[in-house]
Design a protein around this ligand. Structure first.
Ligand code: S3P
Length: 451
């Protein structure tokens, strides 16, 4: 299920290839896939999901929901069927829940377990076991759940849930959709009104989908001290009705192909069915500000989310100062933006990105090192990178440098794209982590470059 620790790293050199042309479809959205499985597992009756991302992270969520009583099967045509246990009906898992590399599985499931009278132990790989869980332990302790965590509030961690739990009003101290979602999911089985105050808007898939499943949820925008804030309320105990869900393509996966097509001369690529929820689409906006030709065609709605096909043509990019206010809407896309910046004309400055240090890896240091090795000019600051681009010239790194991915899929894929825009290619030290979010990435990349 998770990248097995006993298999050895798989290095691979990504070399320059022909222009990216034709049309491709990226796999389903990871955030929406996790939530489909979780809410389906809490509804009474059958939820059917098409387009589910079948990456290791999402499969970790599926395994955990099965371990807590849901019946989840994949049919031959790729449709997933979920028979839920009902809100309040989760069973105590017999074994520790193996979260693999997945922070989203861990934090959201901690929310679900916290308001059930069950005990669960969460374990994960080396990357996940370094990531901070205090940010969910804090609010979930307020509802009455108890925790035994490893040093520094990390995994392995045992959670003793409580029912009835106490409904809370919680103001998010960090801009995090995972923390917001953990509190809301805990609120499902908590009688009364659970409130989350969000000073900075983050991805709102949980809110959209909770409503879709019939939960009583309100969102109000009010003036806060530092600008507009969102106040989200959820009334428990909720009853969820099973749904039919079509998962749109993941903009975070599309991002690698969009940047690859912008960087490789002669490219003209159609990336179909890309989710463009405004809380996710920041990268495309920034790339357009840099001069990227990204056209939205066939705009429509899929599964309650805005979707379009993106036509991307090779463009000379120009460096900009990226407004830190847009960071939450592209929080997973900075590694690939850094690659785009490395080929742009002039300097790109980013700031306000402290959160990048606690993702699957420290993405500021990891990308600064990997891009420098690949021949880019990068300054690492406490909260961002400053990148002096080549003006379109291919990257030329030292022959024996290797991009270290630190078990981080997005570092691996970003440096693969850097390889396409280099003279001699980029050696990525381990491509296994790519399977957590984008199992067919390499095949799709080879296909697009072959025309
Ligand atoms: C996610 C939220 C983000 C993002 C992650 C997925 C989600 O994390 O980085 O890949 O599905 O809610 P944070 O909440 O830690 O910002």
């Amino acid at each position: 299920m998770s990248a097995s620790p006993d298999t050895s790293p798989q290095p691979r050199r990504f070399i320059p290839a022909g222009p990216l042309t034709g049309s491709i479809r990226v796999p389903g959205d990871k955030s929406i896939s996790h939530r489909s499985l979780m809410l389906g597992a809490l509804a009474v009756g059958e939820t059917r999901v098409t387009g589910l991302l079948e990456g290791e992270d999402v499969l970790a969520t599926a395994a955990a929901m099965r371990a807590m009583g849901a019946t989840i099967t994949r049919e031959q045509d790729g449709t997933w069927s979920i028979f839920g246990v009902g809100v309040g009906g989760l069973l105590q898992p017999a074994e520790p829940l193996d979260m693999g590399n997945s922070g989203t599985s861990t934090r959201l499931l901690m929310g679900l377990v916290a308001s059930h009278a069950i005990t669960a132990t969460f374990v994960g790989d080396a990357s996940l076991s370094r990531r901070p869980m205090g940010r969910v332990i804090d609010p979930l302790s307020l509802i009455g759940a108890e925790f035994e965590a490893s040093e520094g509030g990390t995994l392995p961690l045992t959670l003793r849930g409580i029912s009835p739990a106490v409904p809370i009003t919680y103001r998010l101290p960090v801009a995090s959709a995972q923390v917001k979602s953990a509190v809301l999911l805990a609120g499902l089985n908590t009688a009364g009104i659970t409130t989350v105050i969000e000073p900075v808007p983050t991805r709102d898939h949980s809110e959209r989908m909770l409503r879709g499943f019939g939960a009583e949820l309100t969102v109000e925008e009010v003036d806060g001290a530092d600008g507009p804030e969102r106040i989200i309320t959820l009334t428990g105990e909720a009853e969820l009705k099973p749904q039919t869900i079509e998962v749109p393509g993941d903009p975070s996966s599309a991002a690698f192909f969009v940047v690859a097509a912008l960087l490789v001369p002669g490219s003209d690529l159609l990336v179909e069915n890309v989710g463009l929820n405004p809380t996710r689409a920041g990268l495309f906006e920034v790339l357009r500000q840099m001069g990227g030709s990204i056209e939205e065609v066939n705009a429509r709605e899929v599964g309650g989310e805005p979707v379009a096909d993106l036509r991307v043509r090779h463009s000379q990019l120009t460096g900009i100062e990226v407004d830190p206010a847009i960071a939450p809407a592209m929080i997973d896309e900075f590694p690939i933006l850094f690659v785009a910046a490395a080929l742009a004309k002039g300097t790109t400055t980013t700031s306000g990105l402290d959160e990048l240090r606690v993702k699957e890896s420290d993405r500021l240091t990891a990308m600064a090192q990997a891009l420098t090795g690949a021949g880019a000019s990068v300054e690492e600051r406490e909260d961002g990178l400053v990148i002096h681009g080549t003006g379109g010239a291919r990257l030329r790194g030292s022959a024996n440098s290797r991009a270290r991915t630190h078990l981080d899929h997005r570092i691996a894929m970003s440096m693969a794209v850097a390889g396409l825009a280099s003279d001699d290619g980029v050696l990525v030290d381990d491509v296994r982590p790519i399977a957590t979010s984008f199992p067919n990435f390499i095949a799709l990349m080879e296909g697009a470059a072959a025309g």
